[in-house]
Design a protein. Structure first.
Length: 565
């Protein structure tokens, strides 16, 4: 009995010490972030925060939900969005635009005479505070995910020894959280540049955590929020869809997709600027769905007539509202009715996700049927993939396109045709990189599914690897985009100490790339640093390429049974 008491006492003491260390690390991280801002005064990149200020101003003047359509019209008419700026298109997704709108509203109240961004801490405080909160959430989520998978890997159960139950995974989780909290790439991007690239990361990590506990619909909601903050999350997020597909859990994939599509549709709806007829159609579609609920969930016990009458009522509500093209509207109604009727054959926990998918389809159908605006998609998501049609965007992109351009004199045009051996065909270089990345993404998804089934912590490698792979392989990558690899690779703390070291190396190189890109616009701030980084470009890419290869191999190749712990 005393031995058992000693074990519990020892576990409690260790946990108290870890909590004290976490509190000190948190305070030190806050001080480091303020010091980083002050120390880089004069090197802050003016363009991005000025854009946020100006787009916030523009949205206040034009109305938040009219921004995309008005911006397209202004661009067509060569009207600048603000005084002194050339005509330009906005590339903010809806929630990021909303954040700029809120920030400008706060600034207008606090600094009513300000007509542009000012390089001051109090002026930029909301942005810096939001970055800090996002980083805190990332650290907590990384701790929880690593802790969970270390325990799964060790087969911790309620019958395990108290010491193991209390502390298994705690140290590894704390290391992963510390790597994120003191991550040089994260701190430099969010508090020295400053940018808001960190905002979608906690939503992706929350989606990973929710997926691990079978909360797939909620995970889809998280991904929708993250994508509406920064569209680049969609480059790495598909791993969460590929994983359940290769696991054979198609219901989980349906729930994830349903949550993502439904919330994306609801977020976009105000920016579609629908007319009254479109909203009437949505209301009638909702009533039609409600009429079908007793049929879908088999609530009635009165035989076949009530379902038939409810079906007729549903069609009566939905049919007349066909939009500008009655034939197309009628076809949508018939297809929707058939799909809705088939939902009754699904398992109970998939019925609401399937209804969510149909509801999102009804919202997106407003664009072709009622000519609702699609400018929110064209500018908020699509335009960002087109505006910089370069092999790389700026300097600091230590990746394959940059390396072959420098070391092999490859043309800078990403549309350069590349012949495909044995197929007598050619694709553009950009298309080739997308094909290669898609293959690596599928391989990672297979590895994630396999390691999930084996309860192996190498699962975390497959989740994290795509965030480095897309940067290394794809064209049009900005030097800042290693921020996402730097912020998500701390998950590797759950897979081993050596892999944690690789995450630290990626973060350091990522910080170098961000600094290199930034200092070109402030060459007098630290000319020696700029000269050093310019002389290295793009040499660090070989290190990143080696690490990406290691991660891809370890994500796909299963651990031998003799090596499992």
């Amino acid at each position: 009995m005393s031995d058992l008491f000693d074990r519990y006492w020892r576990s409690a003491m260790v946990l108290v010490l870890l909590l004290a260390a976490a509190a000190m690390a948190w305070a030190a991280g806050l001080e480091l972030r303020r010091w980083a801002w002050d120390r880089t005064q004069g090197a802050h990149f003016v363009g991005d925060v000025t854009n946020a200020f100006n787009w916030g101003n523009y949205s206040r003047r034009n109305g938040l939900f009219a921004v995309y359509d008005n911006n397209l019209a202004d661009f067509a008419n060569n009207i600048p969005p603000a005084a002194g700026l050339r005509p330009k298109k906005i590339d903010y997704p809806p929630l990021r635009l909303t954040a700029a709108w809120l920030w400008y509203g706060w600034l207008h109240r606090q600094f009513p005479d300000a007509d542009t961004w000012q390089d001051r801490y109090d002026f930029t405080w909301p942005l810096l505070c939001a970055n800090t909160v996002a980083e805190e959430c990332c650290a907590i989520l990384i701790f929880l995910i690593v802790w969970m998978w270390r325990r799964r890997n060790a087969r911790i159960t309620k019958d395990s020894p108290p010491w193991d139950r209390a502390l298994c995974g705690v140290v590894a989780g704390a290391v992963g959280a510390a790597v994120l909290w003191f991550n040089p790439a994260v701190i430099w991007d969010g508090h020295c540049w400053p940018q808001w690239d960190i905002w979608p990361v906690p939503f992706f990590l929350a989606a990973v955590l929710l997926s691990c506990v079978d909360g797939w619909f909620s995970a889809g909601l998280c991904l929708a929020i993250g994508a509406s903050l920064k569209g680049q999350i969609l480059l790495g997020a598909p791993i969460l869809l590929i994983w359940p597909i290769f696991r054979g859990q198609f219901g989980a994939a349906l729930r994830l997709l349903s949550g993502f599509m439904l919330l994306t549709a609801l977020i976009a709806l105000p920016w579609m600027r629908c007319d009254a007829a479109a909203y009437v159609w949505l209301a009638m579609a909702a009533v039609a769905m409600l009429c079908m609920f007793p049929f879908i969930f088999r609530w009635n016990k009165l035989g076949k007539w009530p379902p038939m009458l409810l079906t007729i009522a549903a069609l009566a509500f939905a049919w007349p509202w066909g939009g500008h093209d009655p034939k197309a509207g009628g076809t949508c109604v018939i297809l929707g009715w058939i799909l809705f009727a088939k939902i009754q054959d699904l398992p109970a926990k998939l019925k609401f996700p399937a209804i969510g998918l149909l509801a999102s389809a009804a919202i997106f159908a407003l664009m072709p049927l009622f000519h609702a605006s699609s400018a929110w998609y064209e500018l908020g998501f699509k335009y960002g993939t087109e505006k910089f049609d370069f092999m790389v965007t700026g300097n600091g992109s230590y990746n394959i396109p940059r390396m072959i351009q420098v070391y092999f004199n490859w043309p800078p045009d990403p549309t350069q045709p590349v012949p495909i051996p044995f197929l007598h065909a050619a694709v553009t270089f950009t298309q080739l990189t997308r094909i290669v990345y898609a293959i690596t993404l599928i391989l990672c998804g297979i590895g994630v599914a396999m390691n999930d089934r084996r309860r192996d912590a190498r699962f975390l490698i497959g989740i994290a690897a795509p965030w480095l792979l897309f940067f290394m392989i794809l064209t049009q990558m900005h030097g800042r985009y290693t921020i996402w690899a730097g912020a998500i690779l701390p998950l590797l703390a759950g897979a081993g100490a050596g892999l944690t070291l690789l995450a630290v190396i990626v973060s350091i190189i990522g910080c170098m790339g961000i600094m290199h890109n930034q200092l070109l616009f402030s060459p007098r701030w630290s000319p020696d640093t700029l000269q050093l980084l310019s002389s290295l470009d793009p040499g660090p890419g070989f290190v990143l390429l080696l690490i990406a290869g290691i991660l891809l191999y370890m994500a796909v190749v299963p651990r031998s049974r003799s090596g499992e712990g």
